[in-house]
Write a protein that binds this ligand. Structure first.
Ligand code: EPU
Length: 428
C-alpha cells in the first residue's frame, strides 16, 4: 500500500552509483547450488527479486548469511529439498533457474509456473527442450513443472528456436555437470549470460563461448565454492541515463561497464544527449532539444527491450515523430495508457508505437504496470511540471535498489508514502 509522490520539472544533477545486475544475480544465486560448497556473492542488488531467490535457497536447506547489505555467504553443501515452494516460485520469473540447477545436482526439480512481469505470453518450451535433450523428462501438473533425469544427464547438441536469455542460462546450469560435451547454438549474448558463465567457471565448470551464439559446456564431476562479484546492472544504469537526458540534467553514473551500455548510449546521443565514457562510469548531459528516434528492440547487442518503456517516455517529449518497434515481448506497450493520461500523443498498432512529441507532460495519478513500465513512470513524473503519484511500486522495487534515495541524491523531489486504503481516504 505504498506509493511514490514525485514533483517533477527539476533537472537531475550529481552522481549515482549503480547496483549489481538483477538478471545476473537471479541466475547466479540458483547456480550456487551446483557449487555444493560455500560461495560469497558480492555486489548483490538489495531488491525484492534477490530476496525471493535467497529465501528459496534457505527453504531448500542452504545456509544463507548476510555479510553486508550487498554481500551474502551461501553454503549449499547440505540441501534438503528439490521442490521450490509454490508461493515463492510465483513471486519471480527467475525461479525457473532453480529447475536447471536442481536438475543438474539432484536429477530432479519442481517449480511452480513462474511469476514476474506480465509482458504477454512467456513460454518456457525452449528451457524444457534443453532439459529433455540432456536426458530429462518434464511434466506440468496443476501449475507445477517437474523435471526428472531418466538416467544420468548427458551432453547434447541443442539449437534454440528462439534467442532466449532464460533458456540459454537454464541450459548452461543443467549442462555443467552432465556427462560429456553440450553444444548450445543460437544462444543469447546478454552480459548476464557471460556473468553466469564466469561464475560457473570460477566454481570449476568448463563453459566456453558465452557472449557468442555458440556455447560449449564440458561436464565436470564436481564443483566448488568461490567468491564472485556480480556485474553492474545495465538496465538500471540505462534508466538513470534516460532520467538525466529526459530532465535536461547532468549526471555521472558510476560503477557501470560502458561497453554494455553501447546500444543505449548510441540512441541517447542521437536523441541529443552528450555522453562521456570513462573506465567504469558515464556522464550524461543534455542542454539542447530532444530529437526523435527510430528504435527496434532486439536481443543483445541490439537495443534492449527492458529500456523500451523508458525511451518511450523520452520520445514522448521529443521534437518530432518517433517510431518504436518491440521485437521481444508481445505486450510491452501497456505503459502508453499511463503516458496518455499525462498528455502524451502515442498511437500503438500491434508491436509498433508512434510517438508525436508534445511540449510537456502533465502530472497525473499513475500506475506501475510492471518493473520497467514503473521505472518509465518515475521518469515521466520527473519531467512533468507538478506532482504525480505512482501506485503499485512493488513492481519497481523488484528491480531498482534504493531508487528513492538515489534520485533524491540527484536532487529529485521524490518520496515514498503509505497509501491510504480507499475507504479511509474517502472518509478523511
Ligand atoms: N521464449 C520462447 N520460449 C522460451 C523462452 C522464451 O518462445 O522457452 C521467447 C519469449 O516469449 C520472448 C523471447 O523468447 O519472446 C525472449 O525471452 P527470454 O527467454 O530472453 O526472456 P526471459 O529470460 O524470460 C529475460 C529478462 C527480462 C528481459 C528478457 C529479454 C530475467 C529474469 N528476465 O527474460 O527482463 O526482458 O530476458 O532480454 O533475466 C526485466 O528485467 O524487466 C525483464 C523483463
Amino acid at each position: 500500500m505504498e506509493k511514490f509522490v514525485i514533483t517533477g520539472g527539476k533537472p537531475l544533477h550529481g552522481e549515482v552509483t549503480i547496483s549489481g545486475a538483477k538478471n545476473a544475480a537471479v541466475a547466479i544465486l540458483p547456480a550456487t547450488i551446483l557449487a555444493e560448497g560455500v560461495c560469497v556473492i558480492e555486489n548483490l542488488p538489495n531488491i525484492s527479486d534477490v530476496s525471493v531467490s535467497l529465501n528459496i535457497l534457505s527453504v531448500l536447506g542452504a545456509r544463507v548469511r548476510m555479510l553486508s547489505k550487498n554481500t551474502y555467504e551461501i553454503d549449499t553443501t547440505h540441501l534438503v529439498g528439490t521442490n521450490v515452494p509454490d508461493e515463492l516460485s510465483r513471486q519471480t520469473r527467475a525461479s525457473n533457474y532453480f529447475l536447471g540447477a536442481l536438475l543438474a545436482r539432484f536429477g530432479r526439480a519442481q517449480v511452480a509456473m513462474p511469476g514476474g512481469c506480465n509482458l504477454g505470453s512467456r513460454p518456457i518450451d525452449q528451457h524444457l527442450k534443453a532439459f529433455c535433450a540432456l536426458g530429462a523428462q518434464d511434466s506440468v501438473d496443476y501449475g507445477m513443472i517437474t523435471v526428472r533425469a531418466k538416467e544420468e544427464l548427458s551432453g547434447a547438441r541443442i539449437f534454440f528456436d528462439k534467442v532466449s536469455v532464460g533458456s540459454t542460462m537454464n541450459a548452461m546450469l543443467a549442462a555443467v555437470r552432465a556427462k560429456g560435451q553440450t553444444v548450445l547454438e543460437n544462444c543469447a549474448k546478454e552480459p548476464h549470460v557471460v556473468d553466469l558463465a564466469n561464475f560457473l567457471n570460477m566454481c570449476g565448470a568448463d563453459v566456453r563461448g558465452a557472449g557468442t551464439d555458440v556455447i560449449k559446456v564440458r561436464g565436470v564431476e564436481s564443483m566448488h565454492g568461490c567468491t564472485y562479484s556480480i556485474i553492474p546492472d545495465q538496465i538500471e544504469a540505462g534508466s538513470y541515463m534516460v532520467a538525466a537526458a529526459a530532465t535536461g540534467g547532468d549526471v555521472l553514473i558510476k560503477n557501470v561497464t560502458p561497453k554494455h551500455l553501447e546500444p543505449i548510449t548510441a540512441k541517447l546521443r542521437r536523441a541529443g544527449a552528450e555522453i562521456e565514457e570513462f573506465d567504469d562510469a558515464v556522464r550524461v548531459r543534455r542542454t539542447g532539444p530532444i530529437l526523435p528516434l527510430k528504435i527496434n528492440t532486439m536481443p543483445h547487442p541490439g537495443f534492449p527491450t527492458d529500456m523500451q518503456p523508458l525511451m518511450g517516455v523520452l520520445l514522448s517529449v521529443a521534437q518530432g515523430t518517433s517510431t518504436v518497434t518491440e521485437g521481444i515481448w508481445d505486450n510491452r506497450f501497456r505503459y502508453v495508457d499511463e503516458l496518455r493520461k499525462m498528455g502524451a500523443n502515442v498511437q500503438v498498432d500491434g508491436q509498433v508505437a508512434v510517438f508525436e512529441g508534445v511540449e510537456q507532460l502533465q502530472p497525473a495519478p499513475l500506475r506501475a504496470s510492471d518493473l520497467r513500465a514503473g521505472a518509465a513512470m518515475v521518469v515521466a513524473a520527473l519531467i512533468a511540471h507538478g506532482t504525480s503519484e505512482i501506485e503499485e511500486i512493488s513492481h519497481i522495487e523488484r528491480g531498482y535498489e534504493d531508487i528513492v534515495q538515489k534520485l533524491q541524491g540527484l536532487g529529485a523531489d521524490i518520496r515514498k508514502v503509505e497509501r491510504q486504503p480507499a475507504a479511509l481516504s474517502q472518509a478523511l
